[in-house]
Every structure is written in structure tokens, then in C-alpha cells.
Design a protein around this ligand. Structure first.
Ligand SMILES: [Zn+2]
Length: 277
């Protein structure tokens, strides 16, 4: 079985009967095209989420569960490259946070469909049979033990470890992803009706700044380059530690330039010697 998309230091729930429900239709793989990483809180204990039978019986399909009591208490229930079922329902379309640039861009790609089985105003943002919000970024569940209070340090550390691993996995795959404030989404920004306290009331105790700083640290020295004679048609790349990373869209380029400054011209020959293929 491929380790692609599976975190080496998480307890992995893999194989028939162990992975939670995921994919569209159920069990379909490799549909994720991450542009966001979404944080949640469990509203209960992690041992419940870790129970494969419970997730299956309750139709709970998420990517990661992180514990609040011990550093390293991290479980993974599906690959980050698989669409899960955890982010996806907006409680009311007008309250969807389209001030977040990435959520606004996703909204343009899909169609809102009513989901009255969840709540009267609930909608899913779909493209064909697929819920776009579930296919557009991993879903991290944080153990809160039903308390809305500052996160204990092990919970913060576990969340940071998972976000840093996601960053490494995106880089390993050559997946263009820029970390900024809009890349980190709280569930309350998707569903401000039924999930206003996820991952904390309006995000109050969600340590977003620390998480963001932990993933951006590696990118502080990033240089954006433009390669006019690239034979692949893709001109823009980010150079940092490791191989050059392709910047695949105009929106990503705009964000990358905002963070790291304007693109500097580079020749394909030089870029190739730096590791681009
Ligand atoms: Zn949530």
C-alpha cells in the first residue's frame, strides 16, 4: 500500500473497515485538490473518533484527529489526497465567509445545493457529485473535551506537527500551496449557523497565528522566479529549501508575490540545475 498522503508519525487507520467513510462516491480516492486546511474541534473525546466502527456507523470521515493531553497523540483516518466528509456543509449560504479569498474562489467553482436533511438552510458546494469543500483541503479535528477555552500546549503542538507534515507532503508532491491567513480556515467560516464554535467560538481560542508562523518559517527565504523559456508552459516557481516548487495559478502567484516579493527572471537552464524538471 502506498504511503502517499499518510503521515509517518500518526497512528494510521488504514485498510478495509478501518478507514472512515471518504471520497465521492464513497471510497473514491485521489480527488483532493487542496487550497485550504480546515480546523475543527471534536466536541468530545478523541477515543470516540479513533473507534473505526463508530466513525463508520456515524458516517464520520475526516483526515486527522489530534489529542489534547499528550504530544504525539495523532491519528489519521484517510489520506490527505482523498476527499473526506468533514468540512462540507454551509449552515446558510449568505453567511459563508467569502471575505476569505480562497473560500470565495472555491464558491465560484461550484453550485450550492440544498441539504435539508442537515438543517433548513443547509447547503453543500458541489461540482458534479463531489462536495468541493471536502475535496479542497484536509480536515483536522482537535480534541476539546467539550470545553471552549485556550488550547492546552500538547493540543497546539500536535496541531503544529500535523500542519508542518502537511506542508512537507505538499512539497514532496510538488503541490503548489502558499500558506497565508486565508489558507487556514476554521469550520465556523464555512458554517456560521451550526458550527460557530468550531474550532472555538468564532475562532477565539484557535491558535491560528502560531500555526501559521510554524509553517511559514521554512518559507521565509523563499524567492519567486519567472522562467520565460520554460518548455512546460509554466513560468513561475518558488525557490526555497528543497526543489523549486511550481506556482500553478495566477491567484497563487499573486499571494506568493505579496509574501515574498516580485518574481525575478531566471533561465530554464539555471532552474533545471536547481532541481526543476
Ligand atoms: Zn467542525
Amino acid at each position: 500500500m502506498s504511503d502517499r498522503g499518510w503521515c509517518s508519525f500518526a497512528r494510521q487507520h488504514r485498510g478495509p473497515g478501518r478507514e472512515g467513510p471518504f471520497g465521492y462516491p464513497a471510497g473514491a480516492r485521489n480527488q483532493a485538490r487542496p487550497v485550504i486546511v480546515v480546523s475543527h474541534r471534536m466536541g468530545g473525546h478523541k477515543r470516540t473518533l479513533d473507534d473505526d466502527q463508530w466513525r463508520h456507523d456515524n458516517w464520520v470521515g475526516v483526515t486527522f484527529g489530534v489529542g489534547r493531553y499528550k504530544v504525539g497523540d495523532i491519528d489519521q483516518y484517510c489520506s490527505v489526497w482523498d476527499a473526506h466528509w468533514g468540512n462540507g456543509i454551509a449552515g446558510a449560504v449568505p453567511k459563508y465567509d467569502r471575505a476569505n479569498v480562497r473560500l470565495a474562489a472555491l464558491e465560484k467553482k461550484g453550485t450550492w445545493n440544498p441539504r435539508p436533511q442537515y438543517s433548513p438552510q443547509a447547503h453543500s458546494l458541489d461540482s458534479g457529485v463531489m462536495n468541493l469543500l471536502n475535496a479542497s483541503g484536509p480536515c483536522i479535528e482537535h480534541e476539546d473535551a467539550t470545553k471552549d477555552e485556550p488550547w492546552p500546549e500538547p493540543l497546539v503542538q500536535n496541531s503544529i506537527m500535523v500542519h508542518q507534515w502537511i506542508d512537507e507532503e505538499f512539497k514532496r508532491e510538488g503541490w503548489p500551496f502558499t500558506w497565508n491567513a486565508d489558507a487556514l480556515v476554521g469550520h465556523f467560516q464555512i458554517d456560521a449557523v451550526n458550527r460557530l464554535s468550531c474550532p472555538s467560538y468564532m475562532g477565539k481560542y484557535w491558535p491560528k497565528a502560531r500555526i501559521l508562523a510554524s509553517v511559514k518559517k521554512e518559507e521565509e527565504d523563499m524567492t519567486i522566479v519567472a522562467c520565460a523559456d520554460s518548455p512546460h508552459g509554466f513560468q513561475n516557481w518558488a525557490l526555497g529549501s528543497g526543489n523549486p516548487r511550481l506556482i500553478g495559478s495566477a491567484a497563487e502567484l499573486t499571494e506568493a508575490v505579496k509574501l515574498f516579493g516580485p518574481a525575478k527572471p531566471i533561465s530554464w537552464g539555471l532552474l533545471k540545475t536547481l532541481g526543476a524538471t
